[in-house]
Each structure stands twice: as structure tokens, then as C-alpha cells.
Design a protein around this ligand. Sequence first.
Ligand SMILES: [Ca+2]
Ligand SMILES: [Ca+2]
Length: 177
Amino acid sequence: MMKRSLLICALVAFALASCKKDETTSPSGPTSQSDPVSFRLDSITLTGFNAMNGNGSYWDGGNGSNPADPFVNVYKEDVLLFTSTVASSASNTGSYAMSTPASGALPIAYGAGTKLEIALWDDDGDPNNNAPDYMGHVVIDDALTFFYGGDHAAGFTDLQVTGNNGITFLLTGTFVY
Ligand SMILES: [Ca+2]
Ligand SMILES: [Ca+2]
């Protein structure tokens, strides 16, 4: 009976010590690091798209000698916040910076659980005469979770994301802590 009481006392003491130790290493400790509350989308580079649309036609018709003229629309939760300038007569395997605004501006901040969409369009001149052709998109429902790897990094650089219709972007962003 005596031995058992001593054992219980020892276990209780150990449990208390464990609890106390946990408290001293709680998130308020000097070495703790928090996760980002948001990230800023800083730049977009287009690096690929299908040369033809879903009907097997080139974006500007004919034999493809008149290539597509892509630009991007960037959305946060379905709200359009940025439209890039047009990369005229772009090769579908070329690399094109899409961060110069025609309207709106980068960076755009995305908080937790926020949807990011980048839609690619083929400009066909005056939209009142020829509406742009929709080329496809990348959609990421919870963008912060998608990009953040839990490593307390400052950001990400030229991270490749792929969408439908062969669309590929390289994205650069900054985590906000
Ligand atoms: Ca077109
Ligand atoms: Ca064209």
C-alpha cells in the first residue's frame, strides 16, 4: 500500500512537471513562430497554354500563323481586381510577364480560406466588336493553405500552377505574418 501511494505521488508530480513544462513552451515563448494570416500575390508569368481551343481551331483562326494575344483577369472571391496588359502574338510555349496592369493592380492580398482565380483570355481587339476568347483558368479555393507549406517562409517564387486547357503560370507571392 505504501509503495503504491509513493508511485501515485511520483506520477502526479511527473504530470505536474509535464504541464508546467508545456506552459513555458507555449506559443507566447520567444522562439515560437506564427503562421501567416495572408499572402500577397506579387507577380504572374504565363508559361503555357493550348494553341487551339476546344473546337480544334486556333485562337485567331486560320492555320495558326496569327497566334493568340493573351491577358489575365485576377479574382479574389469572384471579384475582379486586376486585368493585365496583352501579350500580343504569344507563343503557346513562351514565357510572358502578366503583372503590368491594364486596370487594377498587384499585389493582391488573400486571407485564410479565400479563393484565387486567374483567368486567361485571348484579346481580339475592340471588345465592342470582337469579344475576347476565354482560354481557361486556374482556380484555388483556399489559396493561402495551398501556397503555405508550414515552414514560416517569407514567400514563394515562380511556383508553377496549372489550370485547364494546358494553362501554366509561375506565381510569386509574399506571406504576411
Ligand atoms: Ca481570338
Ligand atoms: Ca492574334
